[in-house]
Ligand binder design. Sequence first.
Ligand code: BGC
Length: 271
Amino acid sequence: MASSSTKRLANQVAIVTGASSGIGTGVAVALAEAGATVVVNYHSDAEEAEKVVAHIKEKGGKAVAFKADVSKENQVQEMFRQTIEQFGTLHILVANSGIQQDATLVDMTLDQWQKVIDVNLTGQFLCAREAAREFIKRGVQQDVSRAAGKIICMSSVHETIPWAGHVNYAASKGGLMLLMKSMAQELAPHKIRVNSIAPGAIKTPINNEAWETPDAARKLLELIPYGRIGEVEDIGRVAAWLASDEADYVHGTTLYVDGGMTLYPGFADNG
Ligand code: BGC
């Protein structure tokens, strides 16, 4: 086990949004294991967020829970303000919060459309903006990281793969792709690295219907050439690497972590 000073995210402060469940929890745990102090943001489930914090602490890491709705400007600003007040600054943002409100196009309500855009896209903008403001103000701390800050957007294979019955979700992730790249272009001169992770099917509450019965799981596996459904740890490990200086030259890109879901598996024996 690496000592705390040799861990690759030692002395760094991270905010992970939507960290009380699913991929966010996996990322928060992995960043803490790598030495970061982690703000475990949650929307409503304080108990689950506190469990994540307790788990991190048990393993010798540092974490606090913070309630904020990422789609609300004042709540996001307050979360960043308090984080910076408590820990001095911020080095890593993993903007992970995301929701689904599924319906066919003709049945989709404006509310379903708007909620998904608000959380999945506006939430990314609001969090990235606050992170960038702090990173620009503080600049590079050579002894901590080569970058002034790292922004990781949690996207999806559906930033590329169209998704019938989920037009709000696919539109939010497609929009996120160019939000991330445009921010990357704009923030590079400030030494701020901006990237996305695009998970495929990862076993979490958001998609439990897709894997919880053997039939559903079999169907889902047809879409995954590598032959297994992902675990949140698969994403956590990638996030910890992407946030570290080992990935210092990785900028403005989407890293697909999907067991090959984006390889058009339907073409393997057809076309
Ligand atoms: C969605 C999941 C889905 C996966 C692969 C994710 O972005 O949130 O519900 O299983 O993409 O389709």
